[in-house]
Design a protein around this ligand. Structure first.
Ligand code: GSH
Length: 222
């Protein structure tokens, strides 16, 4: 397996894709060098539907993470791979209860919230922007309400205790979607506090959409 270190991995990403963003955070936390390849999800009907990209991910979604000849897909699976190969700093707690809690919060976002409001689903739901926004807002609000309740018993400085976990990695990008769909964040004070703390950290800053190579000039940070 260690021959994989010979290759510089490639991340196929879109600057404001929350699933790609999760992987970018983990790559930054673990200090992994990689090449960034942009896949524009809207240009030309969506470059994720190109034959070239479909060969990497038949689901036609970013991210994809390529090491040599091997393409990994699904953000949480890519993150599991990174945790195995680059164990420090760990983002999966050793304690079995904390590990399950962090995974549950991550899945709440990555399986129970984001997939219901992603681009492909919204395109099927309606072609009217206001109906899409209402749909997205409803599901993110529902997911964040559950997250807010759950962190009452798990949070320290971050979602589970005082260490950054896979839960935090999924949480921060979901805020971006929440803001796009005008979710009322005043209902979620603990989530807001955790995100404010995380957003100050260099790895989270480096993974921000506003500093990615494919971020358009008008949205660029710095
Ligand atoms: N479960 C997937 C979700 C990936 C996903 O939803 N990607 C979105 C961007 S965040 C996408 O590529 N959407 C393109 C489309 O729906 O056509 C993962 O975690 O990697």
């Amino acid at each position: 397996m260690y021959f994989l270190f010979l290759f510089q991995p490639i991340l196929y990403s879109y600057f404001r894709s929350s699933a790609s963003w999760r992987v970018r955070i983990v790559l930054a936390l673990k200090g992994v060098d990689y090449e960034y390849k942009a896949v524009n999800l809207v240009k030309d009907g969506g470059q994720q539907h190109s034959e070239e990209f479909k060969a990497l991910n038949p689901m036609e979604q970013v991210p994809a993470f390529v090491i040599g000849e091997t393409a990994l897909t699904q953000s949480l699976a890519i993150i599991d791979y990174l945790e195995d190969v680059y164990p420090k700093p760990a983002i999966v707690p050793e304690d079995p209860i904390k590990k399950a809690q962090a995974r549950a919060l991550a899945e709440l976002i990555a399986a129970g919230t984001q997939p219901i409001q992603n681009l492909g689903v919204l395109q099927k739901v309606s072609d009217k922007p206001e109906e899409r926004a209402e749909w997205g807002q409803f599901w993110i609000d529902k997911g964040f309400a559950a997250y807010e309740k759950m962190v009452q018993s798990t949070a320290g400085k971050y979602s589970v205790g005082d260490e950054i976990t896979i839960a935090d990695v999924c949480l921060v990008p979901q805020l971006y979607n929440a803001q796009r769909f005008k979710v009322d964040m005043t209902k979620f004070p603990t989530i807001t506090r955790i995100i404010d703390a995380l957003s100050e950290l260099p790895a989270f800053k480096a993974a921000d959409p506003g500093v990615q190579p494919d971020c358009p000039e008008e949205l660029r940070k710095q």
